[in-house]
Design a protein around this ligand. Structure first.
Ligand code: GDP
Ligand code: MN
Length: 484
């Protein structure tokens, strides 16, 4: 669950008070004075409709994720990272939108760069992918520094992924230890080296969406630096919650009240309130589902400052953020998933050895089930979708073939819109294009299945086995994987 894109939101959802349902404020279309303005206004209205509905759905079904146009429930599969796809929303509502596919969690350093755009104070820092780069970065930002693992999971400090260093030797040692470290299943490939801060107090501040209330929610506490869920449990009064109506926004006055309620010292109240207003702007204008600072620190020089950043972007707003492309590029650290993304395939990497290709999210999930029923485990989830072409099929096979853990490939196609002859051509093409390392077990049924089998007839061998039923095909794929 940790790597699910909405994981952060879920954590804070857990501490939200449930509010009565409210309807979204009705907004008149802007009175437009030019065509450009009208387009912008219409786009805005469409975005609001779309995002609201998507958010409502995600709220209602949370943590049940859905995938695919047929709305297959993926709650059974909540243990695997799922693409939360929008659905039940007319395609026309997406016109002109560039979907990212799923919410995007940012690395801490990206979150801090995002904060900076809105004037939220952060420490000076630089990224480093090697020990040498870390030493150079430390020299640039000035000692003492803190060397921080960049992984999309909390609790890095406790895991030893955040270390203070006051000399190049210390940076070398810490960077060497942290790079390659496994933090809750996330391998550290990148570091963030920033100038160290002298901390007087650690607080918590975050904006998120209260899906039940359909309002924005500020959470603020002077008990920061630790797990905020723990604070909510053990000291509920220490966590200030303020609902914000998105049509009214978050004012300086509300911010000051929240800061006062949280018991933040007089001397830094207005500075903190100012930071909260900036964080709200970042949350709204930056189209975040979550913008969280833990810890927000009071320095020994009485400055208020973001020492960590957790930002989740709302993919529904992707169409108006071309700059998000850079975040999507680093979004996944699984090389297989990165390759799949480049090919436009709906793929999730898993840890077994039976590679899976199916059409439709529902069938792909059932295929995972029958593979485990047959005593095996899947190396991936891969849905090539409806109406897949031969080219897409070949591309999918190449992707699976490049996964070293795959020992057999199970292709499970039930042709509806998808034509089995296209699939067969794709398999033939892949077999001629690349040297497939694993045997393929094929179950082909539905539209043009006979034509598909005919195309494949001359290619059937111990490298390409055709089975009549899904269960038989799974059993064969599992036994072939076990034999190798
Ligand atoms: P997380 O554990 O993944 O949430 O990582 P954080 O970025 O929140 O860092 C964990 C802890 O490291 C913080 O709560 C601080 O106590 C400590 N820390 C991080 N940066 C600094 C720094 O610049 N100076 C000092 N003294 N401590 C820091
Ligand atoms: Mn933190």
């Amino acid at each position: 669950m940790e790597r699910m894109s909405a994981g952060g939101v879920m954590a804070v959802m857990a501490v939200m008070a449930v509010m009565p349902q409210r309807s979204w404020p009705k907004r008149p279309l802007w009175s437009a004075t030019s065509q450009a303005e009208w387009c912008r206004a219409a786009g805005e209205a469409r975005y609001r409709r779309t995002v609201l509905r998507a958010r409502q759905e995600r709220c209602l079904e949370y943590p049940v994720c859905t995938s695919g146009t047929s709305g297959t429930r993926m709650d059974k599969y909540a243990g695997i990272r799922t693409q939360v796809r929008r659905q039940n929303i007319k395609a026309s509502e997406y016109e002109g939108t560039r979907a990212l596919g799923a919410d995007v969690d940012l690395f801490e350093y990206q979150g801090k760069q995002y904060f900076e755009r809105y004037g939220i104070p952060v420490s000076e820092g630089a990224v480093a992918d090697t020990v040498d780069e870390a030493v150079q970065a430390a020299g640039r930002v000035g000692y003492p520094v803190v060397v921080k693992a960049q992984v999309k999971v909390g609790g890095r400090g406790k895991a030893g992924g955040v270390k203070l260093a006051s000399s190049p030797e210390e940076v070398k040692a810490h960077a060497g230890n942290i790079l390659g470290m496994d933090i809750k299943g996330h391998v550290v490939e990148r570091l963030w080296v920033e100038h160290a801060t002298d901390i007087a107090e650690e607080w918590y501040a975050g904006f998120t969406l209260d899906r039940a209330a359909q309002l924005h929610l500020l959470m603020l506490s002077t008990r920061g630096g630790v797990d905020i869920e723990e604070v909510a449990r053990s000291e509920p009064d220490a966590l200030v919650r303020v609902h914000v109506d998105p049509s009214e926004g978050f004012t300086g006055g509300q911010a000051l009240q929240a800061v006062t309620d949280a018991g933040i010292d007089d001397s830094v109240r207005s500075e903190t309130a100012d930071l909260l207003v900036k964080l709200y702007r970042c949350f709204v204008e930056g189209d975040c589902d979550l913008a969280e600072i833990n810890p927000l620190v009071l320095t020994t020089e009485s400055k208020v400052h973001a020492l960590d950043a957790k930002v989740t972007l709302d993919d529904n707003a992707g169409f108006r953020h071309p700059e998000w492309a850079e975040f999507v590029a680093t979004e996944t650290t699984d090389i297989r998933e990165r390759r799949a993304k480049e090919r436009g395939l709906n793929y999730i990497g898993l840890s077994g050895d039976v590679g899976i290709i199916a059409n439709g999210a529902g069938l792909a999930m059932s295929t995972l089930d029958v593979v485990s029923q047959a005593g095996g485990s899947a190396a991936n989830f891969l849905d090539i979708g409806g109406g897949a072409s031969a080219e897409l099929m070949a591309s999918a096979l190449e992707l699976i073939n490049s996964d070293p853990s795959v020992k057999s490939i199970l292709v499970n196609i039930f042709g509806g819109i998808t034509r089995c002859d296209e699939i067969a051509n794709g398999i033939v093409e892949a077999m001629s294009r690349v040297d497939l390392k694993s045997p393929i077990v094929l179950r082909l049924d539905g539209t043009n299945a006979a034509a598909g089998r005919e195309i494949l007839a001359g290619h059937i061998s111990d490298r390409l086995v055709a089975m009549r039923t899904m269960l038989d095909a799974a059993a064969r794929a599992v036994s072939l994987a076990a034999d190798r």
